[in-house]
Design a protein. Structure first.
Length: 113
């Protein structure tokens, strides 16, 4: 996924989506996957990670909402794209995109431990 393609999908969204878009606009590193993963696996993995992040007090943005969005998503597969804004003091964003790359399903950010 290209930077401008992801930025367009995040445009007009609020909260953590806007934070991820701002990070992209500021030059944060974009790390994309070349094939989709299983959506159910994502929500199972990230539900556990969200609980761990909460227990340890690690900074995060939109994590619980993203897990709920992943669980409710009807898609069988999703692309997972990362936006790394940690060098600028921001978050490591995980952005989940539909297989046709037309919509962002969920997004959350995690700060440095």
């Amino acid at each position: 996924m290209e930077r401008d393609e992801l930025a367009a999908l995040l445009t007009g969204r609020e909260g953590v989506f806007a934070l991820a878009r701002s990070a992209l606009d500021s030059g944060a590193r974009l790390i994309g996957t070349d094939r989709p993963g299983v959506a159910e696996s994502y929500w199972r993995i990230f539900r556990r990670r969200e609980r761990h992040t909460h227990r340890t007090g690690q900074a995060s943005a939109g994590f619980a909402d993203a897990v709920a969005d992943l669980e409710a998503c009807p898609e069988r597969e999703l692309y997972l794209v990362f936006v790394d804004d940690r060098p600028a003091g921001g978050y490591w964003f995980s952005v989940f995109v539909t297989p046709d790359r037309s919509r962002v399903v969920a997004c959350f950010g995690v700060g440095k431990p």
